[in-house]
Design a protein around this ligand. Sequence first.
Ligand SMILES: *Cc1c(COP(=O)(O)O)cnc(C)c1O
Length: 365
Amino acid sequence: MSPRAIPLVDLAAEYALVREEVRASFEGILDSMRLILGPHVQAFESEFGRYLGARHAIGVGSGTDALLLSLKAVGVGAGDEVVTTPFTFFATSEAILHLGAVPVYADVDPETGLLDPAEVRRRLTPRTKAILPVHLFGQSADLDPLLAICREKGLRLVEDAAQAHGATYRGRRVGTIGDAGTFSFYPSKNLSAYGEAGLVSTNDDAVAASLRSLRNHGQGARYEHDLVGFNARLDELQAAVLRAKLRLLEPGNRRRREIAARYRRLFKAPVRPLSERDWGEPVYHLFVVRVPDRDAVCARLSEEKIGFGVHYAVPSHLQPATKALGRETASLPKVEALAREALSLPCHPFMTDEDVDRVARVVQG
Ligand SMILES: *Cc1c(COP(=O)(O)O)cnc(C)c1O
C-alpha cells in the first residue's frame, strides 16, 4: 500500500468546514449582484480590523497590492531607499521597485531568518525613507529596535505580515505596530481567499484615507480623481470567503503551534529548526528547518508523498530581476547560507500527530 499523502497545505479539508456558509454567501451576492465594495468587504474590514486591534483595515486586491499601496501611502517614491530583507517572497521587493524606489538589502538573524536590526542600521543612508521587515514563516520580526531607528531618523515602518495573520509582538498583533501592516490572503496563507485578496491595517487616519483612495483609482467622489491610484480592490466574493474562514484562524494557529512544538521535540542534529523568539507568539505559516543535505531530504519526502517547499532558494538580491541594481550589497552571507539549507515542512491544522511523526522520521533519515 502506498503511504498516505501529506500535502503542504490542505484547502480541501478546510473547505469542508465552511462549504455551506460560503455557498450561501455566494448565492446572496450573485442574487444581488453587488460585486465590488459592498457589504461583505465592509463587514470583513471591520471584523478583521477588530481581530487585529487595528483602527483601520482596508481590503485590497492582493498582498502585493497591500505592499505597493502602503509604501506609496507612507510617502515612498522615486529615488527613495527602503531597507528590507531579501529572504522573503519576491513581492516584497517588487512593491518597492514599482514605485521607482530602491530596495536596500540587509542581512538576517541566521537562527530565525528575520531581519537583523543591527544590519538594518548599517544600511541607512540620507536617502533611506522606510524600513520594511517581513514577519517570516509566521514569526514577528524584532520591531522595537526597528521602531527606535525610525523614531531616531524620521523613517516610516511598513510590516509585511503576509505570513503572520494573528502573530503577536509584545502582546500586540503584527500589522498594527508600524505605520501600516500588509496581509495577503493568497490560497496558501493562514487565512486565505478562493482567489486573490489582501488587506492593509493601520492606526494612522491619514494613511488609511490615502489607502482607501489609492485602491479605487484615487477617487473621492465618483469619477473625481484626487490621486493617480490603482485598481486594487478586494471583491465581495473573496470578502465573503474570508468572513466565513476568519473563525478558523485562531484554532488553526493554535494547532499549528502544537505541531511546531511536536516537531521541535522530534528533531535532532543535523536537522536544525529555525528558532522561536520569546517576544511574541508565532503562527507557523510554515515549519522551517535547516538541513545540510537538502536535495537528499527532498528526494525522500517526494518518495513518501510528503509535501514540502524551499523558501527561498534564490534570495531577492540574487534574482535576475534585481540584477540591474548592481550586486554591491550581494554579500549577505547569513541569507545565502539559509537559502542553501532551508526546507519548509507541512504544518497545517489538518495534520494528525502521526503525520507529524512521519514527516519528522523521513526528514531525520
Ligand atoms: C504571499 C506573500 C506576499 C504576496 O502576497 P500576494 O497576495 O500573493 O500578492 C508578499 N509578501 C510575503 C512575505 C508573502 O509571503
